[in-house]
Design a protein. Structure first.
Length: 198
């Protein structure tokens, strides 16, 4: 009769492997917490921008422009220009905030906090993606990364923000203008490419 062995077979995982797994878990946890922190920071910036767009001074300037019939067209153009400038500054700041490595191309990792922010703001979208940030980011790359570079440049980023549901990340007072900005940037790109080809 054989001598009884240990009640359980020995684990094929060594103590060193457990340490490596613990280190990997700590890295992933740190990365996750960093994404959440960045998403919260972006949310604060978006909220601040919404307050600026809807502040009392902006509303008074719009009402004053509407009251003056003679200068109405000129003032309206100035207000639209001001809003357009605000939108450009907002989108550039948001793009820079996401571009952690300053490469001028947002890769999948850099887009994850933006997707988390969208999920926080739009639970219906999170549910549509089964709460998978990776799926949302993969869709961005399929539908918005026009040059298939593996990252979004600023023009592609603005195009993303002009598309539903991503447009809900733009303050309500600027959502209409984001389409105009996207079209303008795309037209500028077409002009640049045409000039280079000539």
């Amino acid at each position: 009769m054989a001598a009884p062995g240990p009640p359980y077979p020995e684990s094929p995982i060594s103590p060193h492997d457990y340490t490596a797994l613990d280190d990997k878990y700590a890295e992933e946890r740190e990365r996750y917490e960093g994404r959440i922190e960045q998403a919260l920071k972006l949310a604060d910036e978006l909220h601040s921008m919404e307050e600026i767009v809807h502040d009392e001074g902006h509303t008074q300037a719009l009402e004053a422009a509407q009251e003056d019939n003679h200068a109405h067209a000129g003032r309206k153009a100035t207000i639209q220009c001001s809003t357009f400038t605000e939108l450009r500054e907002f989108t550039e700041a948001l793009y820079s905030e996401c571009d952690l490595d300053h490469s001028q191309a947002l890769d999948k990792v850099e887009l994850e906090p933006l997707a988390q922010l969208l999920f926080d703001k739009r639970p219906d979208v999170a549910q549509m993606y089964a709460f998978s940030i990776e799926r949302a980011v993969a869709d961005i790359m399929v539908f918005v990364d026009d040059d298939h570079s593996g990252g979004l440049d600023y023009v592609e980023f603005v195009h993303l923000l002009a598309m539903p549901p991503w447009s809900s990340l733009i303050p309500a007072g600027l959502q209409e203008e984001v389409h105009e900005l996207s079209e303008k940037l795309l037209q500028e790109r077409v002009t640049e490419v045409s000039a280079e080809a000539s």
